[in-house]
Design a protein around this ligand. Sequence first.
Ligand code: C5P
Length: 310
Amino acid sequence: MSELVDLPPTVRVRVPAKLNLALCVGPLADDGYHPLTTVFQAVSLHDELTAQEAEPGDFSVAMSGEGIDHVAMDDSNLAVRAARLLAENYGDDRLGVRLSIKKSIPVAGGMAGGSADAAAALLACSVLWDLDIDPEELREYGAELGSDVPFALLGGTAIGTGRGDKLVPVLSRGSHHWVLAFADFGLSTPAVYRRFDELQPEGCDLEMPTELINALSTGDSEELARHLRNDLAAAAIDLQPHLRTTIDAGLECGALAAIVSGSGPTVAFLCRNEEAAVALSVTLGAQDVARAVRRVVGPVAGARLITSCA
Ligand code: C5P
């Protein structure tokens, strides 16, 4: 008779990457951040995080997937910080967790991969430790960790103000088809914001992107394409001029529009429909303009529980 092995309680969470369909950036404020008006969309590119109960005070993370050599695995790791933040607030020193993360979201790619992992850790640990936290409270913890963490929890399509952490869901009809071009270099978010300050010290206007929001409510990708906006794009391209070549290649191959995702360097191409996205990903993949090309749709849900074995 086989012996039953007692596995520690385990929780698994899937969490999406984001694009900024609009990223309007105001001037640098005294707190070191820029006020934003942004429209986020969660897309079907996911990291997967497993949280396994560990000895009290034992917090660790292991990762697999591309680009992980550039991620800190110590206590500065954002997912570990998320777990510790909840433990400090709810468990005194009774809690511990072993995290493992399967990465598909590019590291330093402008798609909030680190924030997604922190969001996944918050959700997973709150379930694993059976903490009584409602979604809004969880998003507040997320905002303490990084500006994009609350949106990774919420998902869908949403307007973000403040640092991008104050969210209101946006009505969005249908699905949009995107082709992502991943770069073989990363861009540091603070470095891109610093370059933005040099190029545009007075900042850009923070008006609500009404036409973009209207386009989302109709579900018309061609209309949406006309209103995409990223104020950080010029700074990202200035730091990595190769991005221009990638953008031009996608547009020449039939994309409706191109945007640098967040602070870059990932470039997102909006396509007319699924067929056009398949064609673009094949053509672009055959050219030497990106490390990898990936087709996604948006919007998708935010961080979600896949399995829980207590
Ligand atoms: O909030 P998060 O840790 O993701 O931000 C990383 C860096 O990006 C900040 O330290 C800041 O330099 C810059 N940032 C900013 N304005 C924002 C969001 C981020 O200047 N609204």
